[in-house]
Design a protein around this ligand. Structure first.
Ligand code: GLC
Length: 567
């Protein structure tokens, strides 16, 4: 197997809690995933990335791990995991596990030991600090720094018993591990090797660019409208980050083949992404960058979002395509368990445009240079959920922000509106398998409500419909497998004379594709330069999302029309 086999692979993300329940408790589980492998095989994906299934108190739905080497009983057992792995391998698919090692759960034995006393041999496994000099420990403002947590409130929790604070960039139940301590690193590497010995094929590394912090632990700047400081210059992309990743590579990956690694790197710049993914540096194969999923964020919180202007998305994607053209590799995604549904956010989920915008986005997703990641339900065009009341939400990030916004004087209706557009729970409603009452997800009561549009939007209704969102994803995935130009070709943005039209060329040797996509709900005129018109004059339509697509590259586009021409 070629070392860069993942360039022609497509990854499918499973969020286990919401994929398929098998025992009626309303929570998806490993045996449930095993039942749905036909779906994945039919879609044609190569790799399954499983969000965390480890033992966890589930403060953050499993991103707070209390045992890295066991499966949470909610999801099943280690035997179930082994069985899933064997099933996937038998069908020619690989399994990627989520690696959440910036922090553990506060219920992990490491942390329980660490917090037990200031002299604990594991004290230094986490970030313990005394109160700010001159302040009474445990009082407001006495935190060692003014940093604001990703999940609202200070990043420091006071521990009465030992009179010190521990750092948690996320929830207080997610204490940050201290990667400065070599014992911590070795414990993580040993655990990773243990999973590889079990047969897994890679890791998606949760917020991996947060593992190295600037030891000075300086206060952050307080933005207008906020009361706490921005710690990110001090805790993202810290001074030893690349050293740690290279060490991990040596300790865990050296000598193993056929694996795939992807680092989740919020705030990563183009220049850093090249460093992370330059194969010569031996860090990770690719990273998830966040530029395009931050474009619509409000100035002080993502929950006050705005609609994108025509062209903004395409411009951002092009920047990343260009930056990693020669060295490094992109991962391509529009959706995951932390983002609203892509069709509702970047497309148009109204009944007229839902199918065409979901398939237009799919065309862009799959045909760029990079490895595409499909998030469960995205292949069905699943939409945001019509959550109406705060009780409909489950995610702690949403609940915390809502409470904080009301405390700061916001009108409840406005905050609910903000949540509805952006909440991570939009992505976490159960997969819509069929038109039965709970969409085929569970025989019990689902942990979060099924989207009421499941009678209409569901997998069963799409398999045999050649015009469905599912069929389009399937065709695009097949194209990547069939045509080397899709996996390995160069990318060049083509000026289509209208910012709402995203046109690009993929080329490899003599093979050339032109992808033309109208990323708007209005008809758009295409105006190619004369040289391009000439270049594509005898092209034919390879794939299109609307019936009767014109083969002329310069023909005007219908709303959300996408077509792929081959020279
Ligand atoms: C990552 C995960 C997210 C989680 C956070 C803390 O961003 O994708 O779901 O809440 O890290 O682990």
């Amino acid at each position: 197997m070629a070392p860069d086999w993942w360039k022609s692979a497509v990854v499918y993300q499973v969020y286990p809690r919401s994929f398929q329940d098998s025992d009626g408790d309303g929570i998806g589980d490993l045996p449930g995933i095993r039942r749905r492998l036909d779906h994945l095989e039919r879609l044609g994906v190569d790799v399954v990335w499983l969000s965390p299934v480890y033992r966890s108190p589930h403060a953050d739905n499993g991103y707070d791990i209390s045992d890295y080497r066991d499966i949470d009983p909610q999801f099943g057992t280690l035997d179930d995991l082994d069985a899933l792995l064997a099933d996937l391998h038998a069908r020619g698919m690989k399994l990627v596990m989520d690696l959440v090692v910036n922090h553990s759960s506060d219920e992990h034995p490491w942390f329980v030991e660490s917090r037990s006393s200031r002299d604990s041999p594991k004290r230094d496994w986490y970030w313990w600090r005394p109160a700010r000099p001159g302040r009474e420990p445990g009082t407001p403002g006495a935190e060692p720094t003014n940093w604001e947590s990703f999940f609202s409130g200070p990043t420091w929790a006071y521990d009465e018993a030992t009179g010190e604070y521990y750092l948690h960039l996320f929830d207080r139940k997610q204490p940050d591990l201290n990667w400065e301590n070599p014992e911590v690193r070795e414990a993580v590497y040993e655990m990773m090797r243990w999973w590889f010995d079990r047969g897994v094929d890679g890791f998606r590394m949760d917020v991996i660019n947060l593992i190295s912090k600037d030891l000075a632990l300086l206060d952050g700047v307080i933005a207008p409208g906020r009361t706490l400081g921005d710690g990110s210059p001090h805790d993202i992309g810290g001074p030893r980050l690349h050293e740690f990743l290279q060490e991990m590579h040596r300790e865990v990956f050296a000598g193993r083949t056929g694996l795939i690694t992807v680092g989740e790197t919020p705030g990563v710049t183009l220049e850093e992404a090249v460093l992370f993914t330059d194969p010569a540096r031996r860090e990770v194969d690719m990273v998830f960058q966040f530029e395009h999923v931050g474009l619509d964020h409000g100035p002080d919180t993502k929950f006050r979002s705005r609609r994108l202007q025509p062209g903004e998305l395409a411009e951002s994607l092009t920047r990343w395509q260009d930056a990693l053209a020669d060295v490094g590799w992109n991962s391509l995604y529009f959706a995951n368990h932390d983002q609203p549904r892509s069709v509702s956010r970047f497309g148009d989920d109204s009944p007229v445009h839902r199918r065409s915008s979901a398939t237009a986005l799919a065309t862009v997703l799959h045909l760029q240079r990079g490895t595409p990641y499909v998030y469960q339900g995205e292949e069905l065009g699943m939409t945001n959920s019509p959550f109406a009341a705060i009780d409909d939400y489950r995610d702690l990030e949403s609940l915390n922000w809502y409470a904080e916004s009301l405390a700061a004087g916001a009108v409840a209706e406005d905050s609910l509106w903000g949540l509805a557009a952006v909440s991570r729970d939009n992505a976490r409603t159960p997969v819509q398998w069929d038109d039965s009452p709970e969409a085929g997800f569970t025989s019990g009561t689902p942990w979060i409500a099924v989207n009421p549009n499941s009678a209409e939007i569901n997998a069963a209704a799409q398999y045999d419909d050649p015009s469905s969102v599912f069929s389009m994803h399937r065709a695009l995935i097949a194209l990547r497998h069939e045509l080397p130009v899709v996996a390995h070709g160069t990318f060049r943005r083509v000026d289509a004379g209208d910012p709402a039209v995203f046109a690009f060329e993929r080329a490899l040797d003599d093979d050339r594709l032109l992808v033309v996509v109208n990323l708007s709900s209005e008809p758009r005129a295409v105006r190619l330069e004369a040289s391009e018109t000439e270049r594509w004059s005898s092209a034919s339509v390879l794939l299109a999302n609307l019936a009767d697509a014109s083969a002329s590259a310069w023909a005007d586009l219908r709303p959300w029309e996408a077509k792929v021409l081959r020279a």
